[in-house]
Write a protein that binds this ligand. Structure first.
Ligand code: DHB
Ligand code: FE
Length: 277
């Protein structure tokens, strides 16, 4: 059976792509953000994942407001990145882990999650930037993208996302393969890009949330989506990706490394690696 190594959670902000393309990693503005990743990459070098399940929210590149699945899973041989208008270089297509995709689709639908299955899927900055941060040389393992809608209401509850993550973890572990699998959660932490609270950041809440992923991982499921928007901002609800990724690990997890820095663009940026206990 496949081995689930752990999860890595990170924020995604398009400006990161520009900073990488223009070699700004050591600039004063960017250093506190990029410094969060070498220890995580070091851990991944030791753990050698063969496949990665990337949980993220599409921002309008693959799904637009006319068709918005709550949960969508990719089953393609490759995933193409395309220009979203942010002015960041598009990356080469990412290889898909097709066998794992179909296994997860079968298991999750059998576990009563009504997934949309996508045999073609374009991946946006929320997928590509974490992959680039973890595998800067472009040698990321084959991937399975899993999208959770946090763009157009109604959104799935934190409770539902937690349950999806639990089922996903069980499904990964039940994959008939000797491969080693990493789960990557991309989104958050607190930020709001629009409206009267544009620029909103909630450091206390972010840090409480990060702590909870080690100490009491379903803590945030006590909040409704509207409470989460109030606490973390309209786009801060992307933290649901972190929750789903953490839920795959089961009850116990060991903190490998974490980083938190305010702000990157309009976002409180976090990175966190957790190993299965
Ligand atoms: C920003 C943050 C996001 O999550 C995103 O998808 C786009 C932009 C930002 O802070 O600039
Ligand atoms: Fe986003």
């Amino acid at each position: 059976m496949a081995h689930l190594i752990g999860c890595v959670n990170t924020s995604h902000v398009p400006a990161i792509g520009k900073a990488i393309a223009t070699h700004q990693e050591q600039a004063a503005y960017w250093k506190p953000f990029f410094d969060g990743f070498p220890p995580i990459r070091e851990w991944l070098r030791r753990e050698r994942p063969d496949a990665v399940v990337v949980i993220y929210n599409d921002h309008g590149l693959n799904f637009f407001l006319d068709k918005m699945p709550t949960f969508a899973l990719g089953a393609a041989e490759r995933y193409v990145n395309a220009d979203e208008g942010w002015g960041i270089p598009t990356l080469a297509p990412f290889a898909g882990e097709l066998d794992l995709s179909w296994h997860l689709i079968e298991r999750l639908i059998d576990a009563d999650f009504d997934l949309t299955t996508c045999q073609e899927m374009r991946v946006d900055h929320a997928f590509t930037l974490p992959m680039k941060l973890l595998w800067p040389d472009g040698d990321a393992p084959p991937a399975v993208p899993l999208c959770i809608n946090t763009v157009q209401f109604p959104l799935p509850s934190a409770r539902r996302v937690w349950a999806l993550g639990r089922a996903l973890g069980e499904a990964i572990r039940a994959w008939d393969s000797d491969k080693r699998v990493l789960v990557l959660g991309s989104g958050g932490l607190s930020h709001q890009l629009d409206g009267q609270r544009a620029g909103f950041i909630n450091k206390d809440f972010d840090q409480r949330f990060m702590r909870s992923l080690v100490e009491q991982p379903d803590w945030v499921t006590r909040y409704s989506i509207h409470e989460l928007v109030e606490l973390s901002g309209t786009q801060g609800v992307e933290l649901l990706m972190w929750l789903a990724a953490r839920a795959t690990l089961g009850d116990g997890a060991r903190l490998v490394h974490q980083n938190y820095h305010i702000p990157i663009s309009n976002t409180a940026s976090g990175a966190m690696a957790l190993a299965c206990a």
